[in-house]
Design a protein. Structure first.
Length: 413
C-alpha cells in the first residue's frame, strides 16, 4: 500500500478552496486503497485563531495538524512568520511520517511549501510531487507585492530548484504548464481542478433560478441577476463591473449580486456607496451547505482574472459555475486559459479587461434575452455543463491522480 502524505496549510473541516480540493483528493485516494495522511495547520482560513484537534481521522484519512503562528494576512512580516512557522511544524511532522517509497504531495499554500517538503522527502527516501495552484513569486511580482525586487529572484531560485528536483509537478491548466515547463526536469502533468459535489446541477436550464428562494429573501424579485461568487482578491478584475452597474443603474430589471470577501470588497463597497448605486448588493460567503443554492442564483456568473496573471492562476470558480450549468461572463484575456474555453465551447461571453463599455453592452443584450425568454442564456447554460462533463469531472481527475502517484512511486500498487 503506497503511503501518500499531503501537505497544505488548510484541510477539513476548513472550507477554503485549496482545503476543499485537498480534502476531496485525500478522501478519494483513501477510498482507492492508498494510505493517506494530511499534514496541515490547526487553523481555518477565515479564523486564524482556531485551534483544531492535533489528530483526527476523516473518511479513512489521518490528519496531523501542526501549530503555527497566526498573525494573519494584514502585513508582510506577520504573513512571513506564519509561513515560516508552518514550514517548520510541517517539516517535523513530515519527517516523522515519511518513509522510503512514500509519495509526498506539496501544495502551494503557503508558497514554496515544496522546498522544505522536497528536502525532508529526499532525506527520508520518499518521492516528492508539487501540486501548483498558482505560480509564486510571479503572482506577487505582477501585483507589486514583493519588495525589494531582489527578494523575488531569491524566492524564484528556490522555487525552480524544487520544480527541477521533484519527481513530478502537477498543474491545473495548460497555460500554467507552459509557464513552468522550462524550470522542470520533465513536462508538468496537467490535471484540472474539479467542482465540489455541492457545485453540480442536473438541470442546466437558465430557468432554474427563476423561483430561487434567495430572490425573495434578498428582495431580488424576477430581475436578471449578474453574480460574482468567491474571493474578491487582487487577482480579479471587478472595477469594470461597478462601471457597468453605474451605466445600467436605471435599468429596472438588472441587479448585481457579489457574494464573498477579499481585499477588493471594501473599496468596491465604498465606490458603490459613493455612486449611490441601488442595483448592487454585497453578501458574505455562504456556508458550504448553502453553496448549491448560492451558485444557482445568478442568471450569469462573472469570472475574471487580471490579464497580467494569465498562466499563473486559473480561477477555480469557473469549474463550479459550469458544473452548475450556469453561463459565464469572462472578464480577462480572450486567448487565456478560461477565455479560450469560453469562446470555443460557447458556454458564455468574453469581454476584455478594462472595456467597461463592451461589458455594459453585453449585459444589456443578455438582460433583453432574459426578458424575452432566455433562448441565448439557455443555450450557454447547456454548453457550460457539457464542457464540465467533458473536461472537469472529479472521477476523471481522481483517475489521473492515481496514475500520477503510481508512476511517481515507481510502479503499480
Amino acid at each position: 500500500m503506497t503511503r501518500v502524505l499531503l501537505l497544505n496549510r488548510y484541510f477539513f473541516p476548513d472550507h477554503s478552496a485549496t482545503s476543499q480540493l485537498a480534502t476531496d483528493l485525500a478522501v478519494d485516494l483513501a477510498a482507492c486503497g492508498f494510505e493517506v495522511i494530511a499534514i496541515t495547520s490547526r487553523q481555518r482560513y477565515d479564523d486564524a485563531s482556531a485551534h483544531l484537534a492535533r489528530e483526527q481521522e476523516h473518511a479513512r484519512v489521518r490528519i496531523r495538524r501542526v501549530s503555527a503562528t497566526c498573525f494573519g494576512r494584514q502585513n508582510f512580516a506577520g504573513r512571513a512568520l506564519d509561513y515560516l512557522s508552518f514550514y517548520l511544524g510541517a517539516s517535523v511532522a513530515l519527517w516523522r511520517e515519511a518513509r522510503r517509497g512514500a509519495v509526498v504531495i506539496a501544495m502551494t499554500d503557503p508558497p514554496l511549501l515544496g522546498v522544505p517538503a522536497l528536502v525532508v522527502a529526499r532525506l527520508r527516501g520518499a518521492h516528492c510531487l508539487n501540486w501548483l495552484q498558482d505560480v509564486f513569486p510571479e503572482v506577487a511580482e505582477r501585483l507589486n507585492l514583493v519588495h525589494p525586487r531582489a527578494l523575488a529572484s531569491i524566492l524564484r531560485a528556490f522555487r525552480n530548484w524544487s520544480l527541477r528536483r521533484a519527481d513530478t509537478n502537477v498543474v491545473i491548466g495548460n497555460h500554467m504548464a507552459a509557464r513552468i515547463a522550462p524550470f522542470c526536469a520533465s513536462p508538468p502533468v496537467v490535471i484540472p481542478n474539479w467542482a465540489l459535489e455541492e457545485c453540480t446541477e442536473t438541470n442546466a436550464s437558465s430557468d432554474v433560478a427563476a423561483s430561487h428562494p434567495m430572490r425573495g429573501t434578498w428582495g431580488l424579485g424576477a430581475a436578471f441577476i449578474v453574480g460574482y461568487s468567491g474571493n474578491m482578491g487582487r487577482a480579479h478584475r471587478l472595477d469594470e463591473l461597478i462601471d457597468a452597474a453605474s451605466a445600467l443603474h436605471s435599468h429596472p430589471n438588472l441587479r448585481f449580486v457579489l457574494i464573498g470577501d477579499g481585499a477588493q470588497r471594501g473599496p468596491l463597497e465604498a465606490r458603490v456607496q459613493a455612486l449611490g448605486l441601488k442595483n448592487v448588493m454585497f453578501q458574505p460567503y455562504q456556508p458550504r451547505e448553502c453553496l448549491r443554492e448560492s451558485l444557482r442564483l445568478p442568471d450569469i456568473h462573472i469570472v475574471s482574472l487580471d490579464e497580467r496573471l494569465e498562466g499563473l492562476i486559473v480561477p477555480s470558480k469557473f469549474v463550479g459555475v459550469i458544473a452548475m450549468g450556469r453561463p459565464v461572463l469572462w472578464i480577462g484575456a480572450a486567448e487565456g486559459e478560461v477565455g479560450s474555453l469560453v469562446r470555443a465551447s460557447g458556454c458564455g461571453v468574453s469581454v476584455l479587461s478594462g472595456d467597461a463599455a463592451a461589458l455594459t453592452q453585453v449585459l444589456r443584450e443578455l438582460c433583453d434575452d432574459h426578458a424575452s425568454g432566455g433562448t441565448r442564456l439557455r443555450a450557454m447554460a447547456q454548453q457550460a455543463q457539457a464542457l464540465w462533463r467533458i473536461h472537469f469531472k472529479r472521477r476523471d481527475a481522481l483517475d489521473a491522480w492515481a496514475r500520477t502517484i503510481e508512476h511517481c512511486a515507481g510502479g503499480k500498487r
